[in-house]
Design a protein around this ligand. Sequence first.
Ligand code: NAD
Length: 428
Amino acid sequence: MKIAVIGTGYVGLVTAVGLAELGQNVIGTDKITEKIDKISSGDVPIYEPGLEELLKANLKKDNLSFSADLNKTIQSSDVIFVCVGTPQRGDGSADMSQMEEVSRMIAENLNSYKLVVEKSTVPVMTSMWIKRTISLYKKNEMAFDVASNPEFLREGSAVSDFLNPDRIIVGIETDKARDIMVEIYKKFKDRIIVTNIDTAELIKHASNSFLALKISYINLISELCDRTNADVEKVAKGMGLDPRIGELFLKAGLGYGGSCFPKDIRALTKIGEDLGVNVNLLKEADKINIDRIKIFVEKIKKALWILKDKKFAILGLSFKPETDDIREAPSIKVIRELLDEGALLRLYDPEAMDNMKEIFPEESPQITYAQSLYEAAEGANALLIVTEWDEFKEMDLQRVKKAMANPIIIDGRNVFELSKIRELGIEY
Ligand code: NAD
């Protein structure tokens, strides 16, 4: 069985390498030729722990390769995992143009039976459109099937998530498609859940939206805590010990970002509205998340009154730790708000600074990039923690305090224990 993986971004590259590691015969392809050249030489274009080592190891065997020739890759494959982007459109719906483009290419290169697997996150009923597009553009009577196999990996732990999945969701319509998918994932056969395609597609959107809801819920509770004597960290702990609730995703702070939760909750909202379902619960969760930035900036103003010409160290630019991904990162919104106020910003992140320089270039008048968190703190009127990298949790607070003009830390991620940090004479 030859497997093609179309799209070698965060998901596609991990999928290609992961499937090869599971012993499959894989060719990865992408429309960006430079990306393919880089990957072919064992270079990973993103920061994802463990991925480069696994890529290099699998390239050495002969079951993993990459090609920029999409047509040939499709023709030579039996199963095609589609891992292209499904970004957000202006109205909140998912932009399915990359999926459509790939469907047309598959149709034009349908030289044998192929199983087309949606790995990208797509709205429920997308498979119907893929089938219709392939049927419309194919030039022969060759048979094909579509399956849904949503991906649940998390950036930062993507390799181990792919190789140790909680569950493998497989949405299929035919026995042949089911048999192929079960064969691919035979190593995890105890974790495979086979459903129809609509169900599989919905499981992914429903899961991401639920996690987003959970974060917004604790953020709503955190506002109650801010106005009372309650400590949100302890409230979350007390709630999370109930196994029906669980401790994960109960971390109050600046809210969720990234290329998944914000767009997925909006895509589910839009498809729900289109289908006549009351989705106000999802809308409120999204609104709470958007408001987190405003609340954070209010806290900064409460500490420093006027922000114009004040110096801020901003720690953490990626949307979460252990990734260089800045898509929909809260840091971008915080930075924009502070720039509007006339503040002077010194930014630092262990991995995401190159990506951020594409949005806020080094030559921007109010921005500089620091080489370490201590350099960022030098002379700052306040230090802002935006992403909770371990490096920040382990910072030498005495050294930071000495370096700063005013020892004020405004922590968007509740990294430190309030009592301990106040003992050091830091306003927190
Ligand atoms: P990405 O933007 O990193 O990668 C998409 C890749 O597809 C890019 O390399 C792009 O060049 C390529 N591409 C686009 N159109 C193409 C075409 N016509 N032919 C060939 N290649 C094409 O996106 P991503 O983060 O990997 O996400 C991909 C999908 O997986 C999205 O639907 C996303 O919601 C979903 N997902 C993402 C994550 C995550 O953590 N990033 C997790 C689970 C699911």
